[in-house]
Design a protein around this ligand. Structure first.
Ligand code: TNX
Length: 546
Protein backbone atom coordinates (compact mmCIF):
# COMPACT_ATOMS: atom_id res chain seq x y z
CA UNK A 1 0.00 0.00 0.00
CA UNK A 2 2.78 2.34 1.02
CA UNK A 3 4.64 1.55 -2.17
CA UNK A 4 1.57 2.23 -4.29
CA UNK A 5 1.13 5.64 -2.62
CA UNK A 6 4.78 6.48 -3.19
CA UNK A 7 4.51 5.49 -6.83
CA UNK A 8 1.42 7.68 -7.19
CA UNK A 9 3.19 10.67 -5.63
CA UNK A 10 6.23 10.30 -7.83
CA UNK A 11 4.10 10.03 -10.99
CA UNK A 12 2.19 13.17 -9.92
CA UNK A 13 5.48 14.96 -9.34
CA UNK A 14 6.83 13.93 -12.72
CA UNK A 15 3.67 15.22 -14.35
CA UNK A 16 4.02 18.47 -12.47
CA UNK A 17 0.53 18.15 -11.07
CA UNK A 18 1.51 17.71 -7.44
CA UNK A 19 -0.91 19.76 -5.35
CA UNK A 20 0.96 22.78 -3.98
CA UNK A 21 1.88 22.31 -0.38
CA UNK A 22 0.66 25.18 1.74
CA UNK A 23 3.21 27.94 1.63
CA UNK A 24 4.38 29.44 4.90
CA UNK A 25 5.50 33.03 5.33
CA UNK A 26 7.69 33.42 8.39
CA UNK A 27 8.33 37.14 8.06
CA UNK A 28 9.35 39.26 11.07
CA UNK A 29 8.36 42.07 11.30
CA UNK A 30 5.08 41.02 9.72
CA UNK A 31 4.00 43.16 6.76
CA UNK A 32 0.99 45.42 6.41
CA UNK A 33 -0.77 43.13 3.90
CA UNK A 34 0.08 39.62 2.81
CA UNK A 35 -1.90 37.52 0.35
CA UNK A 36 -0.73 33.95 0.08
CA UNK A 37 -0.56 32.15 -3.20
CA UNK A 38 0.38 28.59 -4.23
CA UNK A 39 3.65 27.72 -5.89
CA UNK A 40 7.12 29.12 -5.70
CA UNK A 41 9.76 31.04 -7.60
CA UNK A 42 13.11 29.31 -7.71
CA UNK A 43 16.35 31.29 -7.94
CA UNK A 44 19.16 29.82 -10.02
CA UNK A 45 22.32 30.96 -11.75
CA UNK A 46 20.29 32.39 -14.63
CA UNK A 47 18.17 34.63 -12.41
CA UNK A 48 18.68 38.33 -13.08
CA UNK A 49 17.84 41.36 -10.98
CA UNK A 50 16.68 44.21 -13.18
CA UNK A 51 17.16 47.62 -11.59
CA UNK A 52 15.72 50.82 -13.09
CA UNK A 53 18.94 52.87 -13.20
CA UNK A 54 22.49 53.20 -11.94
CA UNK A 55 21.54 54.59 -8.53
CA UNK A 56 24.13 53.25 -6.08
CA UNK A 57 21.64 52.79 -3.25
CA UNK A 58 19.29 50.77 -5.45
CA UNK A 59 22.26 48.66 -6.51
CA UNK A 60 23.10 48.13 -2.84
CA UNK A 61 19.54 46.99 -2.23
CA UNK A 62 19.88 44.41 -5.01
CA UNK A 63 23.37 43.51 -3.86
CA UNK A 64 22.07 42.56 -0.41
CA UNK A 65 20.31 39.57 -2.01
CA UNK A 66 23.04 38.91 -4.56
CA UNK A 67 25.63 38.74 -1.77
CA UNK A 68 23.63 36.15 0.19
CA UNK A 69 23.04 34.06 -2.94
CA UNK A 70 26.73 34.17 -3.76
CA UNK A 71 27.96 33.24 -0.29
CA UNK A 72 25.30 30.72 0.69
CA UNK A 73 24.30 29.26 -2.68
CA UNK A 74 27.39 29.87 -4.77
CA UNK A 75 25.10 31.36 -7.42
CA UNK A 76 26.04 34.54 -9.17
CA UNK A 77 22.94 36.59 -9.86
CA UNK A 78 23.42 39.35 -12.39
CA UNK A 79 22.27 42.88 -11.74
CA UNK A 80 21.14 44.51 -14.97
CA UNK A 81 20.70 48.27 -15.21
CA UNK A 82 17.63 48.71 -17.41
CA UNK A 83 18.67 52.22 -18.40
CA UNK A 84 21.90 50.92 -19.92
CA UNK A 85 20.66 47.58 -21.16
CA UNK A 86 16.96 47.69 -21.94
CA UNK A 87 15.36 44.35 -21.15
CA UNK A 88 11.95 42.94 -21.83
CA UNK A 89 10.38 41.80 -18.61
CA UNK A 90 10.49 38.05 -18.83
CA UNK A 91 10.88 34.91 -16.80
CA UNK A 92 13.44 34.21 -14.12
CA UNK A 93 13.82 37.86 -13.25
CA UNK A 94 13.55 39.97 -10.13
CA UNK A 95 12.31 43.25 -11.54
CA UNK A 96 12.58 46.50 -9.58
CA UNK A 97 10.15 49.20 -10.61
CA UNK A 98 10.20 52.76 -9.29
CA UNK A 99 6.68 53.71 -8.36
CA UNK A 100 5.67 57.17 -7.26
CA UNK A 101 2.39 55.89 -5.91
CA UNK A 102 4.20 54.41 -2.91
CA UNK A 103 4.34 57.34 -0.51
CA UNK A 104 6.60 55.85 2.17
CA UNK A 105 10.21 55.72 1.01
CA UNK A 106 10.73 52.55 3.07
CA UNK A 107 7.59 50.91 1.72
CA UNK A 108 7.38 48.34 -1.05
CA UNK A 109 5.09 46.04 -2.98
CA UNK A 110 6.39 42.53 -3.58
CA UNK A 111 4.77 40.11 -6.02
CA UNK A 112 6.27 36.67 -6.20
CA UNK A 113 4.91 34.46 -8.98
CA UNK A 114 6.26 31.19 -10.31
CA UNK A 115 7.87 32.96 -13.25
CA UNK A 116 9.26 36.13 -11.76
CA UNK A 117 9.41 38.50 -8.80
CA UNK A 118 8.27 42.08 -9.15
CA UNK A 119 9.19 44.73 -6.61
CA UNK A 120 7.82 48.25 -6.52
CA UNK A 121 9.16 51.04 -4.34
CA UNK A 122 9.59 54.78 -4.50
CA UNK A 123 13.16 54.72 -3.15
CA UNK A 124 16.12 52.43 -2.57
CA UNK A 125 15.17 51.71 1.05
CA UNK A 126 11.89 50.15 -0.09
CA UNK A 127 13.71 47.84 -2.50
CA UNK A 128 16.13 46.93 0.26
CA UNK A 129 13.34 45.96 2.65
CA UNK A 130 11.71 43.89 -0.08
CA UNK A 131 15.04 42.04 -0.39
CA UNK A 132 15.09 41.44 3.37
CA UNK A 133 11.60 39.99 3.09
CA UNK A 134 12.76 37.68 0.28
CA UNK A 135 15.77 36.73 2.41
CA UNK A 136 13.43 35.62 5.21
CA UNK A 137 11.23 33.70 2.75
CA UNK A 138 14.19 31.77 1.33
CA UNK A 139 15.41 28.59 3.02
CA UNK A 140 17.33 29.44 6.22
CA UNK A 141 20.58 28.23 4.64
CA UNK A 142 20.57 31.59 2.83
CA UNK A 143 22.27 33.01 5.95
CA UNK A 144 25.33 30.78 5.67
CA UNK A 145 28.70 32.08 4.61
CA UNK A 146 29.68 28.72 3.16
CA UNK A 147 27.95 27.12 0.20
CA UNK A 148 25.02 24.95 1.23
CA UNK A 149 24.51 21.91 -1.00
CA UNK A 150 21.19 20.37 -2.08
CA UNK A 151 19.05 23.37 -1.33
CA UNK A 152 16.30 24.57 -3.65
CA UNK A 153 16.41 28.35 -3.44
CA UNK A 154 12.67 28.78 -3.55
CA UNK A 155 10.60 31.79 -2.56
CA UNK A 156 6.91 31.04 -1.94
CA UNK A 157 4.51 32.90 -4.20
CA UNK A 158 2.90 35.84 -2.44
CA UNK A 159 1.58 39.39 -2.75
CA UNK A 160 2.85 41.77 -0.10
CA UNK A 161 2.19 45.45 0.52
CA UNK A 162 4.36 46.82 3.24
CA UNK A 163 5.61 49.94 4.97
CA UNK A 164 6.83 50.72 8.49
CA UNK A 165 4.58 52.07 11.23
CA UNK A 166 7.37 54.44 12.40
CA UNK A 167 10.28 56.15 10.64
CA UNK A 168 12.67 55.65 13.61
CA UNK A 169 13.40 52.03 14.54
CA UNK A 170 16.48 51.76 16.66
CA UNK A 171 18.93 49.85 18.75
CA UNK A 172 21.36 51.50 21.13
CA UNK A 173 24.57 49.68 21.95
CA UNK A 174 26.83 50.70 24.82
CA UNK A 175 30.46 50.05 23.84
CA UNK A 176 31.88 51.95 26.82
CA UNK A 177 31.23 49.59 29.71
CA UNK A 178 32.33 46.78 27.40
CA UNK A 179 33.76 47.09 23.94
CA UNK A 180 32.87 45.62 20.55
CA UNK A 181 35.28 45.70 17.65
CA UNK A 182 34.13 46.96 14.26
CA UNK A 183 33.71 43.47 12.79
CA UNK A 184 31.25 42.76 15.59
CA UNK A 185 29.52 46.10 15.07
CA UNK A 186 29.08 45.36 11.37
CA UNK A 187 27.55 41.99 12.16
CA UNK A 188 25.04 43.62 14.53
CA UNK A 189 24.19 46.13 11.82
CA UNK A 190 23.47 43.31 9.40
CA UNK A 191 21.15 41.71 11.97
CA UNK A 192 19.38 45.04 12.44
CA UNK A 193 18.78 45.27 8.69
CA UNK A 194 17.44 41.70 8.64
CA UNK A 195 14.75 42.92 11.08
CA UNK A 196 14.17 46.20 9.20
CA UNK A 197 15.63 48.27 12.08
CA UNK A 198 17.04 51.42 10.50
CA UNK A 199 18.98 53.19 13.27
CA UNK A 200 22.08 52.21 15.21
CA UNK A 201 22.59 54.51 18.20
CA UNK A 202 26.23 54.15 19.16
CA UNK A 203 26.88 55.06 22.81
CA UNK A 204 30.50 56.14 22.51
CA UNK A 205 31.42 57.91 25.73
CA UNK A 206 30.83 57.15 29.39
CA UNK A 207 32.55 57.06 32.78
CA UNK A 208 34.22 53.72 32.06
CA UNK A 209 35.63 54.51 28.64
CA UNK A 210 35.80 56.96 25.74
CA UNK A 211 35.67 55.13 22.44
CA UNK A 212 36.08 57.61 19.58
CA UNK A 213 39.44 59.04 18.60
CA UNK A 214 39.39 62.84 18.54
CA UNK A 215 42.41 64.32 16.80
CA UNK A 216 42.37 67.57 18.77
CA UNK A 217 42.37 65.70 22.09
CA UNK A 218 44.81 62.77 21.75
CA UNK A 219 44.63 61.89 25.44
CA UNK A 220 41.08 60.66 24.94
CA UNK A 221 42.59 57.70 23.04
CA UNK A 222 45.66 57.38 25.25
CA UNK A 223 44.03 57.78 28.66
CA UNK A 224 40.22 57.87 28.51
CA UNK A 225 39.88 54.70 26.43
CA UNK A 226 41.52 52.48 29.06
CA UNK A 227 40.65 51.51 32.59
CA UNK A 228 42.86 49.67 35.03
CA UNK A 229 40.18 47.65 36.77
CA UNK A 230 36.66 46.36 36.28
CA UNK A 231 34.17 45.44 38.97
CA UNK A 232 33.61 41.71 39.49
CA UNK A 233 29.99 40.70 40.14
CA UNK A 234 26.97 42.94 40.56
CA UNK A 235 27.17 46.55 41.72
CA UNK A 236 24.70 45.85 44.52
CA UNK A 237 26.49 42.76 45.82
CA UNK A 238 29.24 42.84 48.48
CA UNK A 239 28.98 46.61 48.55
CA UNK A 240 31.50 46.89 51.37
CA UNK A 241 33.97 44.47 49.88
CA UNK A 242 34.05 45.06 46.15
CA UNK A 243 36.39 42.92 44.09
CA UNK A 244 37.96 44.09 40.85
CA UNK A 245 39.52 42.40 37.91
CA UNK A 246 42.84 44.23 37.61
CA UNK A 247 43.31 43.60 33.90
CA UNK A 248 43.68 46.78 31.86
CA UNK A 249 40.60 46.99 29.65
CA UNK A 250 39.54 49.25 26.84
CA UNK A 251 39.51 50.11 23.18
CA UNK A 252 39.14 53.02 20.81
CA UNK A 253 37.77 53.37 17.29
CA UNK A 254 40.00 55.26 14.89
CA UNK A 255 38.25 57.80 12.68
CA UNK A 256 38.84 55.52 9.71
CA UNK A 257 37.12 52.66 11.51
CA UNK A 258 34.19 54.93 12.31
CA UNK A 259 33.93 55.90 8.64
CA UNK A 260 34.06 52.26 7.66
CA UNK A 261 31.16 51.41 9.97
CA UNK A 262 29.09 54.40 8.81
CA UNK A 263 29.63 53.43 5.16
CA UNK A 264 28.86 49.79 5.80
CA UNK A 265 25.70 50.73 7.66
CA UNK A 266 24.61 52.89 4.74
CA UNK A 267 24.69 49.87 2.44
CA UNK A 268 22.35 48.18 4.92
CA UNK A 269 20.09 51.24 5.10
CA UNK A 270 21.02 51.80 8.72
CA UNK A 271 21.77 55.31 9.98
CA UNK A 272 24.39 55.53 12.69
CA UNK A 273 23.74 58.12 15.39
CA UNK A 274 26.69 58.81 17.68
CA UNK A 275 26.16 59.63 21.33
CA UNK A 276 28.64 61.92 23.05
CA UNK A 277 27.51 62.21 26.68
CA UNK A 278 27.31 65.50 28.53
CA UNK A 279 27.33 66.94 31.13
CA UNK A 280 27.30 63.72 33.20
CA UNK A 281 28.90 60.29 32.64
CA UNK A 282 32.12 62.22 32.18
CA UNK A 283 34.77 60.52 34.32
CA UNK A 284 36.77 58.86 31.52
CA UNK A 285 37.23 62.18 29.73
CA UNK A 286 38.01 63.97 33.00
CA UNK A 287 40.77 61.42 33.71
CA UNK A 288 42.56 62.75 30.62
CA UNK A 289 41.48 66.38 30.89
CA UNK A 290 40.83 67.14 34.60
CA UNK A 291 40.69 70.86 33.74
CA UNK A 292 37.17 70.15 32.42
CA UNK A 293 35.94 69.26 35.93
CA UNK A 294 34.87 71.54 38.76
CA UNK A 295 37.40 70.26 41.28
CA UNK A 296 40.44 69.72 39.05
CA UNK A 297 40.81 66.01 39.87
CA UNK A 298 42.86 63.86 39.57
CA UNK A 299 40.56 61.15 38.22
CA UNK A 300 40.86 57.60 36.97
CA UNK A 301 38.75 56.00 34.28
CA UNK A 302 36.03 54.25 36.29
CA UNK A 303 36.08 50.53 36.96
CA UNK A 304 32.81 50.68 38.89
CA UNK A 305 29.28 51.09 37.49
CA UNK A 306 26.75 53.71 38.52
CA UNK A 307 26.35 57.47 38.58
CA UNK A 308 29.30 59.64 39.53
CA UNK A 309 29.43 63.11 41.00
CA UNK A 310 32.31 64.36 38.89
CA UNK A 311 30.76 65.83 35.76
CA UNK A 312 31.84 68.45 33.24
CA UNK A 313 32.13 71.93 34.74
CA UNK A 314 30.21 74.74 33.02
CA UNK A 315 33.31 76.88 32.52
CA UNK A 316 34.04 78.09 28.96
CA UNK A 317 36.79 75.49 28.56
CA UNK A 318 34.18 72.73 28.56
CA UNK A 319 32.16 74.35 25.78
CA UNK A 320 35.31 74.82 23.71
CA UNK A 321 36.15 71.17 24.26
CA UNK A 322 32.74 70.01 23.09
CA UNK A 323 32.60 72.33 20.11
CA UNK A 324 35.89 70.88 18.90
CA UNK A 325 34.90 67.30 19.70
CA UNK A 326 31.48 67.65 18.08
CA UNK A 327 32.95 69.27 14.97
CA UNK A 328 35.09 66.18 14.44
CA UNK A 329 32.14 63.92 15.27
CA UNK A 330 29.81 65.71 12.84
CA UNK A 331 32.41 65.33 10.09
CA UNK A 332 32.36 61.58 10.61
CA UNK A 333 28.63 60.96 10.94
CA UNK A 334 26.31 62.15 8.17
CA UNK A 335 23.23 61.51 10.33
CA UNK A 336 20.77 64.33 10.88
CA UNK A 337 20.90 63.67 14.64
CA UNK A 338 23.67 63.85 17.20
CA UNK A 339 22.83 62.39 20.62
CA UNK A 340 24.30 64.43 23.46
CA UNK A 341 23.19 62.30 26.42
CA UNK A 342 22.00 64.59 29.18
CA UNK A 343 21.02 61.78 31.57
CA UNK A 344 22.01 61.16 35.17
CA UNK A 345 23.99 64.32 35.89
CA UNK A 346 24.30 64.86 39.67
CA UNK A 347 24.39 68.53 40.59
CA UNK A 348 26.61 68.26 43.67
CA UNK A 349 29.84 69.60 42.12
CA UNK A 350 28.04 72.48 40.43
CA UNK A 351 26.47 73.45 43.76
CA UNK A 352 29.93 73.84 45.26
CA UNK A 353 31.69 75.29 42.26
CA UNK A 354 32.46 79.00 42.12
CA UNK A 355 32.45 79.12 38.32
CA UNK A 356 29.12 77.29 38.03
CA UNK A 357 27.48 79.39 40.72
CA UNK A 358 28.76 82.56 39.06
CA UNK A 359 27.25 81.43 35.78
CA UNK A 360 23.90 80.74 37.48
CA UNK A 361 23.91 84.26 38.91
CA UNK A 362 25.04 85.96 35.72
CA UNK A 363 22.40 84.23 33.65
CA UNK A 364 19.72 84.71 36.30
CA UNK A 365 19.02 80.97 36.43
CA UNK A 366 16.87 79.47 39.15
CA UNK A 367 19.01 76.47 40.00
CA UNK A 368 21.42 73.78 38.76
CA UNK A 369 18.67 72.16 36.67
CA UNK A 370 18.38 75.35 34.71
CA UNK A 371 22.17 75.35 34.45
CA UNK A 372 22.02 71.89 32.87
CA UNK A 373 19.34 73.20 30.54
CA UNK A 374 21.63 76.13 29.64
CA UNK A 375 24.42 73.63 28.93
CA UNK A 376 22.26 71.54 26.60
CA UNK A 377 20.72 74.56 24.88
CA UNK A 378 24.14 76.02 24.20
CA UNK A 379 25.31 72.76 22.65
CA UNK A 380 22.08 72.55 20.71
CA UNK A 381 22.69 75.99 19.20
CA UNK A 382 26.14 74.89 18.11
CA UNK A 383 24.87 71.64 16.60
CA UNK A 384 21.93 73.37 14.90
CA UNK A 385 24.38 75.89 13.42
CA UNK A 386 25.97 72.94 11.59
CA UNK A 387 22.59 71.91 10.22
CA UNK A 388 22.02 69.05 12.66
CA UNK A 389 19.58 68.24 15.43
CA UNK A 390 20.11 66.97 18.96
CA UNK A 391 18.62 64.01 20.75
CA UNK A 392 18.84 63.80 24.52
CA UNK A 393 17.66 61.41 27.24
CA UNK A 394 14.49 62.58 28.98
CA UNK A 395 16.38 64.42 31.75
CA UNK A 396 16.83 67.23 29.21
CA UNK A 397 13.21 68.14 30.02
CA UNK A 398 14.29 69.25 33.49
CA UNK A 399 14.96 72.97 33.66
CA UNK A 400 13.39 73.55 30.25
CA UNK A 401 13.77 71.80 26.88
CA UNK A 402 16.17 73.05 24.22
CA UNK A 403 14.00 74.48 21.42
CA UNK A 404 14.59 71.85 18.71
CA UNK A 405 15.53 68.83 20.80
CA UNK A 406 14.19 65.32 20.24
CA UNK A 407 13.60 63.51 23.51
CA UNK A 408 14.47 59.87 24.13
CA UNK A 409 12.04 58.75 26.81
CA UNK A 410 13.66 56.03 28.95
CA UNK A 411 12.37 56.51 32.51
CA UNK A 412 8.94 55.31 31.41
CA UNK A 413 6.79 57.04 28.81
CA UNK A 414 5.93 60.19 30.78
CA UNK A 415 8.90 62.19 29.54
CA UNK A 416 7.90 61.32 26.00
CA UNK A 417 4.28 62.33 26.57
CA UNK A 418 5.38 65.60 28.13
CA UNK A 419 7.75 66.37 25.25
CA UNK A 420 5.16 65.49 22.56
CA UNK A 421 2.64 67.77 24.28
CA UNK A 422 5.26 70.54 24.10
CA UNK A 423 5.51 69.91 20.37
CA UNK A 424 8.85 68.08 20.44
CA UNK A 425 9.74 64.90 18.61
CA UNK A 426 10.08 61.79 20.74
CA UNK A 427 11.71 58.39 20.55
CA UNK A 428 10.18 55.95 22.99
CA UNK A 429 12.49 53.58 24.81
CA UNK A 430 10.85 52.92 28.18
CA UNK A 431 12.88 50.71 30.50
CA UNK A 432 10.10 48.24 31.19
CA UNK A 433 9.84 47.23 27.52
CA UNK A 434 13.09 48.26 25.88
CA UNK A 435 15.95 47.61 28.32
CA UNK A 436 17.57 44.48 26.99
CA UNK A 437 20.10 44.41 29.85
CA UNK A 438 17.37 42.80 31.99
CA UNK A 439 16.85 39.08 32.63
CA UNK A 440 14.83 36.99 30.17
CA UNK A 441 13.75 34.41 32.68
CA UNK A 442 12.23 34.58 36.13
CA UNK A 443 14.72 32.03 37.36
CA UNK A 444 17.93 34.07 37.37
CA UNK A 445 20.01 31.01 38.16
CA UNK A 446 19.46 29.84 34.58
CA UNK A 447 21.05 32.96 33.17
CA UNK A 448 24.31 34.88 33.19
CA UNK A 449 24.48 37.85 35.56
CA UNK A 450 22.31 40.76 34.37
CA UNK A 451 21.52 44.20 35.73
CA UNK A 452 18.24 42.95 37.26
CA UNK A 453 14.58 43.13 36.32
CA UNK A 454 12.71 40.81 33.99
CA UNK A 455 11.98 41.52 30.37
CA UNK A 456 10.70 38.45 28.56
CA UNK A 457 10.01 38.28 24.83
CA UNK A 458 6.26 38.67 25.31
CA UNK A 459 6.65 41.93 27.22
CA UNK A 460 8.85 43.39 24.48
CA UNK A 461 6.18 42.33 22.00
CA UNK A 462 3.56 44.31 23.95
CA UNK A 463 5.54 47.54 23.51
CA UNK A 464 3.49 50.24 21.81
CA UNK A 465 5.53 53.38 21.14
CA UNK A 466 2.47 55.63 20.90
CA UNK A 467 0.88 56.10 24.34
CA UNK A 468 -2.88 56.40 24.69
CA UNK A 469 -4.19 59.86 25.38
CA UNK A 470 -2.19 61.86 22.85
CA UNK A 471 -4.06 63.90 20.25
CA UNK A 472 -3.39 62.99 16.63
CA UNK A 473 -1.12 66.04 16.29
CA UNK A 474 0.85 65.07 19.40
CA UNK A 475 1.07 61.43 18.33
CA UNK A 476 2.77 62.54 15.10
CA UNK A 477 5.74 63.56 17.24
CA UNK A 478 6.37 59.94 18.23
CA UNK A 479 9.04 59.07 15.69
CA UNK A 480 9.36 55.49 16.83
CA UNK A 481 11.01 53.26 19.37
CA UNK A 482 14.32 51.75 20.31
CA UNK A 483 15.83 48.98 22.40
CA UNK A 484 18.86 49.77 24.55
CA UNK A 485 21.67 47.45 25.44
CA UNK A 486 23.70 48.79 28.35
CA UNK A 487 26.76 46.65 28.83
CA UNK A 488 27.82 46.76 32.49
CA UNK A 489 27.30 43.00 32.72
CA UNK A 490 27.64 42.08 29.05
CA UNK A 491 31.34 41.61 28.40
CA UNK A 492 31.46 39.96 24.98
CA UNK A 493 29.92 39.34 21.60
CA UNK A 494 28.30 36.01 22.47
CA UNK A 495 26.62 37.62 25.44
CA UNK A 496 25.45 40.58 23.35
CA UNK A 497 23.76 38.17 20.93
CA UNK A 498 22.13 36.35 23.84
CA UNK A 499 20.65 39.60 25.17
CA UNK A 500 19.58 40.99 21.78
CA UNK A 501 17.94 37.98 20.19
CA UNK A 502 15.19 37.08 19.81
CA UNK A 503 13.96 40.12 21.76
CA UNK A 504 14.97 42.36 18.87
CA UNK A 505 12.59 40.40 16.64
CA UNK A 506 9.73 41.31 19.01
CA UNK A 507 10.85 44.94 19.04
CA UNK A 508 10.97 45.05 15.25
CA UNK A 509 7.32 44.15 15.11
CA UNK A 510 6.48 46.83 17.70
CA UNK A 511 8.04 49.53 15.51
CA UNK A 512 7.16 48.22 12.02
CA UNK A 513 3.95 46.19 12.01
CA UNK A 514 0.53 47.88 12.19
CA UNK A 515 -0.93 47.37 15.63
CA UNK A 516 -3.98 45.61 14.17
CA UNK A 517 -1.73 42.92 12.63
CA UNK A 518 0.04 42.07 15.86
CA UNK A 519 -0.65 38.78 17.59
CA UNK A 520 1.85 37.23 19.97
CA UNK A 521 0.88 33.60 19.32
CA UNK A 522 1.13 34.07 15.63
CA UNK A 523 4.44 35.93 16.04
CA UNK A 524 5.78 32.98 18.02
CA UNK A 525 4.93 30.62 15.22
CA UNK A 526 6.64 32.83 12.61
CA UNK A 527 9.59 33.23 14.97
CA UNK A 528 10.19 29.47 14.73
CA UNK A 529 11.10 30.05 11.08
CA UNK A 530 13.26 33.05 11.93
CA UNK A 531 15.15 31.03 14.55
CA UNK A 532 16.24 28.69 11.76
CA UNK A 533 17.76 31.69 10.03
CA UNK A 534 19.46 32.62 13.32
CA UNK A 535 20.83 29.08 13.50
CA UNK A 536 22.23 29.43 10.00
CA UNK A 537 23.81 32.74 11.00
CA UNK A 538 25.27 30.93 14.01
CA UNK A 539 23.71 33.62 16.16
CA UNK A 540 23.96 32.88 19.89
CA UNK A 541 20.39 33.83 20.72
CA UNK A 542 18.62 33.13 24.02
CA UNK A 543 16.75 29.83 23.86
CA UNK A 544 14.94 30.10 27.18
CA UNK A 545 11.21 29.37 26.95
CA UNK A 546 11.29 29.04 23.18
C1 TNX B 1 20.65 54.12 33.03
S1 TNX B 1 19.34 54.84 30.43
C2 TNX B 1 21.58 54.68 32.21
C3 TNX B 1 22.84 53.97 31.89
C4 TNX B 1 22.92 52.65 32.60
C5 TNX B 1 21.55 51.99 32.58
C6 TNX B 1 21.50 50.62 33.15
C7 TNX B 1 20.35 55.97 30.66
C8 TNX B 1 20.13 57.13 29.83
N1 TNX B 1 21.35 55.86 31.54
O1 TNX B 1 23.94 54.78 32.17
O2 TNX B 1 23.85 51.86 31.98
O3 TNX B 1 20.64 52.81 33.29
O4 TNX B 1 20.27 50.01 32.84
Amino acid sequence: MKRVALLFISIMCMMGTMPAQNNTYNIVPFPVKLKSSPGQFVLNDKTQIIVPNGDIDIHNAAFSLLERMLLAAGLHINIVNAEETPVKVGDNMIVFKLSRSISNNEGYILKVTKNRIEVEASAAAGFFYAMQTIRQLLPPEIEKNTIAANVTWAVPCVNIEDEPRYPYRGLMLDVCRHFSNIQEIKRYIDKLAFHKINTFHWHLTDDQGWRIDIKAYPKLAEVSAWRNKTLIGHLLENVNDRKYNQTRYGGIYSQNEIREVVEYAKTKFVTVIPEIEMPGHAVAALAAYPNLSCSGGPFEVEGLWGIFNDVYCTREETFQFFETVLSEVMDLFPSKYIHIGGDECPKLRWQRCYACQTRIKELGLKDEHELQSYFIQRMEKFINSKGKQIIGWDEILEGGLAPNATVMSWRGIEGGIDAAKQGHDVIMTPGDYCYFDRYQSQDKTQEPLAIGGYLPLEKVYEFDPTPAGLTAAEAKHILGGQANLWREYIPNDTHVEYMLFPRLAALSEAVWTPKANKDYKEFRSRLTGILKHYDSMQLGYCKLNL
